[in-house]
Design a protein around this ligand. Structure first.
Ligand SMILES: Nc1ncnc2c1ncn2[C@@H]1O[C@H](COP(=O)(O)OP(=O)(O)OP(=O)(O)O)[C@@H](O)[C@H]1O
Length: 268
């Protein structure tokens, strides 16, 4: 039996939503007996396991908790309740560029990112030309990153992340703000990563991309896992139509699946 690579058990992540910006506003609200903040679960009692080599599409409307769940899986955040266990080296496109130093050049940041993502000096040296070719920044490689467009930063971040040898690859499509040719290149590389047996966890609003890459879909709604199953069924739940479709309901982990409606981005 294949080893579980990701095991999420009743994971909950709670955030605090502040209603007032200044201390003065807070003080006035308190005197008036009004609420100054609320807490809510961005990820709410979510459980699932992912086996080695599976390619999972994580879908759901804006704000449903996808990025937060990715952060829990990647270890960037810890759950407030429940547990998240992962086995193997995780790499991917999470908060890409977060580790960039704006005053350093693209070349210097490449080294920095590679080190942050756990690549050794020898590994970075070996893959350096390939990463540079993938990012395709031309002479901007020698320019401080502060002058980069967001797409250029994403290219550099993704180019490094995608070249890390990992057991689990995590990608948030929302961060892949590169242009169409670059996205195609990323897609090709993701296919290679998948073919190599790497476990993939892919956040996307694009049914075409998910259908193409993934063998299973998780759908989040207001932090809760409302679907865990086949790609087509999962995508069906995310249709634009307002009325719940007959047969669209299913069960996930004993919970009834509700219909989810909303905008979907165009496929790449
Ligand atoms: N650090 C934080 N502090 C407080 N609230 C947060 C924080 N991060 C996310 N949230 C809130 O948690 C909820 C889930 O956000 P998250 O980014 O996980 O959603 P998402 O499904 O990835 O959305 P999108 O499709 O827009 O990227 C949102 O209401 C968001 O405002």
């Amino acid at each position: 039996m294949a080893a579980n690579f990701i095991e999420v058990r009743n994971a909950t992540k709670t955030f605090r939503m502040q209603y007032h910006r200044s201390m003065k506003q807070m003080a006035i609200a308190k005197v008036k007996g009004q609420r100054t903040h609320d807490v809510f679960n961005a990820v709410d009692d979510v459980s699932f396991t992912v086996e080695q080599g599976e390619a999972i599409g994580l879908m759901g409307l804006n704000g449903s908790g996808k990025s937060t769940l990715l952060k829990l899986v990647s270890g960037v955040m810890r759950p407030d309740a429940g547990s998240v266990l992962t086995r193997g080296r995780i790499a991917g496109l999470i908060a890409t560029g977060a580790g960039f130093d704006p005053l350093l050049t693209g070349r210097e940041n490449l080294w920095l990112q590679a080190a942050i993502l756990g690549m050794s000096e020898a590994e970075t040296r070996r893959k350096f030309d390939e990463i540079v070719a993938f990012a395709n920044l031309g002479k901007f490689l020698e320019t401080p990153v502060t002058y980069y467009s967001s797409g250029m930063k994403a290219r550099l971040g993704f180019a490094v992340a995608i070249h890390v040898d990992s057991d689990i690859f995590i990608a948030d499509e929302a961060l892949a703000v590169g242009d169409r040719p670059f996205k195609r290149k990323c897609k090709k590389k993701m296919d290679e990563i998948k073919a190599s047996g790497t476990t993939i966890f892919y956040v996307s609003h694009s049914p075409g991309a998910v259908r193409d890459l993934c063998s299973r879909v998780l759908v989040l709604e207001k932090g809760r896992l409302v679907f865990d199953g086949g790609v087509d069924e999962g995508i069906q739940l995310l249709k634009y139509d307002d009325k719940p479709k007959k047969g669209a309901a299913a069960t996930a982990g004993g919970a009834t699946v509700t219909n989810v409606n909303g905008d979907l981005e165009e496929d790449v």
